[in-house]
Design a protein around this ligand. Structure first.
Ligand code: NAP
Length: 276
C-alpha cells in the first residue's frame, strides 16, 4: 500500500489531508536534519507538502517576507534535498497578477503582485526544476471549510452575520472558492495515478467574485443577505497586500484525469451538513 505523508499537517489543508488518511510528517521544513530524520522514520512513498506561511498581509512586512521566504521558497529546496521520491507540492494562483485569469496549467508567465506571491513563485521554480519524475505542482485557490476551527473567509463572515453585523466584502476579486475537503479528496486521488501531470489546478468548477460568494454563503446558511455589502479592496479592514483581481484557475485538466471536481454550492451544502 502507498504510504503518504503530509507536511503542514496542522494547517487548513494539511489537517484535512491527514483526516482523510495521510500520516503527519512532523518536522520543520526549513531544517534539513529534521526533514532527514522524519523522512527516515516515516519512509513515505509520497510526500504532500502543505507547509507554508500564508498570512498574505503579514508577509508584506520585511520581517514577514524573510520568514516566508525561508519556508515557502528555501524550504522547498531542503525538501528536495531530503527526499528524492514523489512529492505533491501545493501552490497558489497568487503567483500571477490577476489580469488574465482564470489561469490554465500551461500559462507560464509568473507575475506576482505581493510578497507572499513572490515567495510561492520561488518555491514553484525550485520545485519544477528539481522534483523527481511523477511529482506534481498543484495550484489551488480560495480555500475554506477546514475542520479544525482555524478562521477562513467563510467562518469569519458567518460569525459576523450570526451576530447580525454587517460585512464588507470586495467585489473586485474573482476566483474559484474551494472547499477544503473536496480539494483534499482530489489530492489523495491524484496519489493513485501512475502517470500524473507535472502541474495541475484544483478548485471548484466556477469562478465568482468574493461578494457574490458571500451572498451565496448568507443564502445557504439563512443569514440576512442585506448585511452583506459590496466594497472595493481598499475598504477591506486590515488588508495591506494587493491581491490578484481576475485570478482563479481552470480545472478542465483535473476533470480529464477523472479527479473529483465539485461546484461551489456542493461545498457549501456539505459544510452545512457537517455543521448540523
Ligand atoms: N488558504 C488558501 O486560501 C490557499 C489558497 C491557495 C493556495 N494555498 C496553499 O495551500 C497550502 C496550504 O495552505 P493552508 O491554507 O492550509 O495554510 P495554513 O493553514 O497556514 O497551514 C500551513 C501549515 O504549514 C505549517 N508550517 C509553517 N512553517 C512551517 C515550517 N517551517 N515547517 C513545517 N511546517 C510549517 C504551519 O504551521 P504553524 O501553524 O505552526 O505555523 C501550518 O500548519 C499552502 O501552500 C498555501 O500557499 C492556500
Amino acid at each position: 500500500m502507498t504510504k503518504i505523508s503530509v507536511l503542514g499537517y496542522a494547517g487548513r489543508l494539511g489537517s484535512e489531508i491527514a483526516i482523510q488518511g495521510a500520516d503527519p510528517l512532523i518536522c520543520d521544513i526549513t531544517k534539513i536534519d529534521e526533514l532527514n530524520e522524519a523522512i527516515y522514520r516515516a519512509k513515505p512513498d509520497i510526500i504532500i507538502n502543505c507547509a507554508a506561511l500564508t498570512d498574505v498581509d503579514n508577509i508584506e512586512s520585511k520581517e514577514g517576507y524573510y520568514k516566508a521566504l525561508e519556508v515557502n521558497c528555501w524550504g522547498i529546496e531542503k525538501l528536495l534535498q531530503a527526499f528524492d521520491g514523489r512529492i505533491i507540492h501545493i501552490s497558489t494562483d497568487y503567483v500571477f497578477d490577476g489580469k488574465r485569469g482564470p489561469y490554465g496549467e500551461t500559462y507560464a508567465r509568473y507575475s506576482p503582485i505581493n510578497w507572499y506571491g513572490y515567495t510561492k513563485t520561488g518555491g514553484e521554480a525550485l520545485f519544477l526544476t528539481g522534483a523527481t519524475k511523477g511529482s506534481t505542482l498543484i495550484r489551488t485557490t480560495g480555500l475554506y471549510g477546514n475542520r479544525i476551527g482555524l478562521p477562513d473567509f467563510v467562518s469569519t463572515i458567518m460569525e459576523r452575520l450570526g451576530k447580525g453585523e454587517e460585512v464588507l466584502v470586495t467585489n473586485e476579486l474573482r476566483h474559484n472558492q474551494s472547499y477544503i475537503p473536496h480539494i483534499a479528496e482530489a489530492i489523495l486521488k491524484l496519489c493513485e495515478l501512475s502517470n500524473p501531470p507535472k502541474v495541475l489546478n484544483l478548485g471548484s468548477r466556477e469562478i465568482l467574485s468574493r461578494y457574490s460568494f458571500a451572498l451565496l454563503v448568507a443564502t445557504v446558511f439563512r443569514y440576512d443577505i442585506n448585511l452583506v455589502k459590496p466594497c472595493i479592496n481598499l475598504s477591506v479592514p486590515g488588508w495591506k497586500a494587493p491581491r490578484p483581481a481576475k485570478a482563479g484557475l481552470k480545472v478542465d485538466l483535473a476533470e480529464k484525469y477523472h479527479l473529483p471536481i465539485y461546484n461551489i454550492i456542493d461545498g457549501l451544502n456539505d459544510l452545512k451538513e457537517r455543521m448540523r
